[in-house]
Design a protein around this ligand. Structure first.
Ligand SMILES: C[S@@+](CC[C@H](N)C(=O)[O-])C[C@H]1O[C@@H](n2cnc3c(N)ncnc32)[C@H](O)[C@@H]1O
Length: 364
């Protein structure tokens, strides 16, 4: 059965589901035209991938021109799929998603990156290894997989993740340059592999202060990597919390574990993007209260202003985020912390921003 025949079989179902159980014949020509042109586009895309995959089997080297064509066609199909699915019923949108995945999976999952993003072998999206691969700009997949590795790494969302790490290193540098304390307490929430801390300590040889680091992550594998890498710095002491932040916040049935107080700096990157506002509210209050007077809370968030950059991860891998508006989140923080000054720092692609809150000293 050809791709088009296979898709046409489902095509009718999408119609029926879409227009309140009307048959394909009673649908408006306009609606039918949209679906037909989408299916033609999807079939053309899948045939293009088949041809590219065939060339790779013959051992041809990575072709930059073909990559540009793949990039354009991939962006086009993602925008079309998303546009169409927004204009039909949820059931119809689900079928479009299924057809889409069916038509492309044998090609896109030749990319080790996309396969890990989709399979989520640690049981949740966004594990530490996925981020190690993004930081390393992974490009080792074979055949057509190399084209999709590059497509993901070229996405400005990937460079935004790298920019986020670099901004955090600058915040750490400013923090160490300005603190007068000889012993500092830092917490990293959803720390993963602590790449920013590892790079910061390796690049800043003059940090002589004793640094007590509380590393919090639900996943022991990321924590183990962080512990191993950071243990080479004699001035760094680690407290490992292999726990869900949700549990630390006291939002589960399990007893709230004691979480240390008096932090100078608490930060988190890539964590609140998976939290509803109700969890975030508790998160802000709880960790703000864990700061010593003069301490700083730093939270990075995905920005909602360019939703299209999230399409590859959503459509290929079912990896979705809560994206937020920086000013709205700034107001949200203010609401839960009183009339605090909350600074916004934006990463240059506009996909990630940081909120920075300083806790007032007692005598102000
Ligand atoms: C997107 S990664 C970011 C890792 C690291 N902060 C970075 O920027 O490279 C998110 C990390 O948060 C952890 N995580 C997700 N939800 C969590 C939760 N509820 N409690 C604790 N850790 C969580 C994951 O295990 C993962 O290591």
């Amino acid at each position: 059965m050809s791709n088009l025949e296979r898709l046409s079989g489902c095509f009718r179902e999408v119609f029926i589901d879409d227009d309140n159980k009307k048959t394909a014949h009673t649908l408006s020509y306009e609606r039918r035209g949209t679906l037909e042109s989408f299916l033609k586009l999807l079939t053309g895309y899948s045939e293009f991938l088949e041809r590219l995959s065939g060339e790779d089997k013959e051992g041809k080297a990575f072709n930059a021109n073909l990559y540009e064509i793949l990039k354009e066609k991939t962006i086009n199909i993602l925008l079309s799929s998303d546009g169409l699915s927004k204009n039909i019923s949820p059931g119809g949108a689900e079928k479009i998603r299924f057809l889409f995945r069916e038509s492309v999976f044998e090609y896109i999952f030749k990319s080790d990156l996309l396969r890990r993003f989709y399979e989520k072998p640690r049981g949740y999206p966004g594990d530490y290894m996925m981020f190690e691969m993004i930081y390393d700009q992974y490009n080792s997949s074979k055949g057509i997989g190399a084209y999709f590795d590059k497509f993901i790494i070229d996405n400005t969302l990937s460079s935004a993740v790298i920019n986020r790490k670099e901004i955090m290193k600058k915040i750490l540098a400013e923090f160490f340059a300005s603190t007068e304390r000889d012993v500092v307490n830092i917490a990293n929430l959803g720390c993963g592999g602590c790449r920013e801390l590892r790079e910061f300590f390796s690049e800043s040889r003059n940090v002589s202060k004793r640094v007590n680091c509380s590393l919090v992550d639900q996943d022991m594998e990321g924590l183990a990597l962080s512990e191993k890498e950071l243990s080479s710095y004699p001035n760094v002491r680690m407290r490992i919390y292999n726990q869900s932040v949700i549990q630390i916040l006291g939002l589960t049935d399990k007893k709230d574990p004691a979480f240390f107080d008096n932090y100078d700096l608490i930060y988190s990157m890539g964590l609140i993007d998976y939290f509803l506002n109700s969890t975030l509210e508790r998160f802000i209050e709880f960790f703000y209260n864990k700061l010593r007077p003069g301490g700083t809370l730093v939270v990075a968030s995905c920005d909602s202003q360019y939703p299209e950059v999230y399409l590859p991860l959503g459509w290929f891998c079912d990896w979705n985020f809560y994206k937020r508006d920086a000013v709205a989140l700034q107001n949200f923080f203010r609401k839960f912390l009183g009339a605090m000054s909350v600074e916004i720092i934006r990463e240059e692609n506009g996909h990630v921003f940081f909120l920075i809150v300083k806790k007032l000293t007692q005598n102000v």
